[in-house]
Ligand binder design. Structure first.
Ligand SMILES: CC(C)(COP(=O)(O)OP(=O)(O)OC[C@H]1O[C@@H](n2cnc3c(N)ncnc32)[C@H](O)[C@@H]1OP(=O)(O)O)[C@@H](O)C(=O)NCCC(=O)NCCS
Length: 426
């Protein structure tokens, strides 16, 4: 049987590097609940979360068992001092293709063992394993933005936090026919999952969700804060087609007329669903503010309200980071909105993707071949990751010296009219 992301052994080089400092790199058998619980608890501790209860551990074991789960041990202690997990996630790229991307999560190092090269060994192991299995790119979402550039990741999508002062605005969008109804996760789960599949396939930057990632958007996981405050509202089109939902929490304060709403997730597979669900949120009575996180920077809210300043993009942050491992495979997987030709000189200090490539785009489809012709553009692999999904990052990177040569031509070729978006964490 050929190797898969689950069965491939740990990377030799990382295992050797760690062994030289008395540490052991190993895959965790997720069927061994004691070992898996210790790994999950170490992951929670790494992110400063509460100690997981037996109930939380049981749920997490069920949800996370299908990931490649790696630990670093300082034997004989059974609690890992380093954790990471990974799986191959279908990433939507411009043009709508879903490309298998090596998704990396749960990178933690015990504070007792920091800055001893454990993260370096874990990331090296992930990237070399992905590369060996022929996966063309790796992706992650980050808690700190300073960590992953050194491994060739570049920020490729940006996420906005929106705040709406609902006392200040009235609905100024189009009519919202269709039907809204409260529902419960247990009765709606299968439909919600189908809606999420459409949402994730419909926008570059989104990834198809595992049951765990979907579940977090539909309802509270075990151990969530305020699980009884979650509300779930579905939207069905005029024809009765399920096209969206919103999960949210209402929080109170001293003034009963000024609750605030935190949107857990707004899923809209169609424009009609997007309109109806935003309208629902903005017209909730006894609410003064609606907050939504991890939305696109192009969320159309300002156009949907009577007072543009009542709907604010409160912050914009880097969100999905992309690390290209195979330039020809990655660049031919996406489509382009303009035709053109460029010779790219790609620099990769880690050696995965370096080379000079001629990219030719005709009728939106690319061909890529190695060349020794003079380069039009020269850029480190992290910058190629940043422009890959279509976000307009090239001008800034050129100003900063992280793209040299004809950055305008690169921008024209890679940029998409609609910016990419990833609307969840993983
Ligand atoms: C981030 C984290 C994984 C780093 O682990 P680590 O084993 O200490 O990292 P390493 O020893 O391999 O360091 C690799 C390099 O990254 C740098 N680095 C690591 N963490 C950094 C941080 N938070 N800020 C800035 N630089 C950092 C190190 O200084 C080192 O640089 P050098 O190669 O120039 O010396 C660890 O601090 C951690 O678990 N943090 C909490 C969880 C977290 O934030 N995870 C990231 C989730 S996306």
């Amino acid at each position: 049987m050929s190797e898969t992301f689950l069965t491939a052994p740990v990377d030799d080089r990382s295992a050797r590097d760690l062994a030289a400092s008395g540490l052991r790199l190993a895959l965790v058998d997720t069927a061994d609940s004691a070992a898996f619980d210790a790994w999950i608890a170490a992951d929670f501790r790494g992110f400063h979360s509460e100690r997981p209860t037996p109930e939380v551990l049981e749920e997490a074991r069920g949800f996370l068992a299908d990931r490649r789960t790696t630990a670093v041990y300082d034997d004989p202690a059974t609690s890992p001092v380093g954790t990471v997990n990974s799986w191959v996630a279908p990433l939507t790229v411009p043009g709508g293709e879903q490309v298998g991307a090596w998704a990396i999560s749960s990178v933690t190092v015990a504070p007792t063992h920091r800055r001893r090269g454990i993260a370096t060994a874990l990331l090296g192991s992930e990237l070399r394993t992905a590369d060996r299995l022929g996966v063309p790119l790796a992706i992650l979402t980050v808690s700190e933005s300073v960590i992953y550039g050194r491994w060739g990741f570049g920020p490729a999508t940006f996420a906005g936090e929106w705040r709406v002062d609902t006392k200040r605005v009235r609905w100024a969008g189009a009519d919202t026919p269709g039907r809204l109804a409260f529902t419960e996760p247990d009765e709606y789960r299968a439909t919600a999952t189908a809606v999420l599949d459409r949402v994730m396939a419909g926008r570059p930057g989104e990834i198809a969700l595992s049951p765990y990632l979907a579940e977090r958007l539909i309802g509270p996981l075990k151990g969530s804060e305020d699980p009884n405050r979650y509300r779930l509202v579905r939207y069905d089109s005029v024809d009765g087609e399920p096209e969206g939902f919103v999960s949210y929490i209402v929080k109170g304060n001293d003034d009963f007329t000024k609750h605030s709403v935190e949107v857990v997730y707004l899923a809209a597979a169609t424009d009609a669903a997007l309109l109806a669900l935003w309208r629902f949120l903005l017209e909730l009575d006894l609410v003064a503010e609606v907050r939504a996180y991890t939305r696109g920077v192009d969320e159309p809210l300002p156009a949907l309200v009577s007072d543009v300043r009542g709907a604010k993009l409160a912050s914009v942050e880097d969100h999905l980071w992309v690390r290209i491992l195979d330039v020809p495979a990655a660049l031919t997987a996406r489509r382009y909105e303009r035709d053109g030709e460029l010779v790219l000189d790609v620099i990769d200090d880690l050696g995965f993707a370096a080379g000079r490539f001629r990219l030719r785009v005709a009728d939106g489809a690319a061909t890529v071949e190695a060349t020794d012709a003079e380069a039009d553009v020269s850029l480190p692999i992290a910058s190629l990751g940043s422009v890959y999904l279509g976000h307009a990052t090239a001008p800034g990177l050129a100003l900063a010296g992280r793209i040299t040569g004809d950055a305008d031509a690169l921008d024209r070729l890679f940029r998409t009219a609609t910016p990419p978006r990833l609307s969840t964490w993983f």
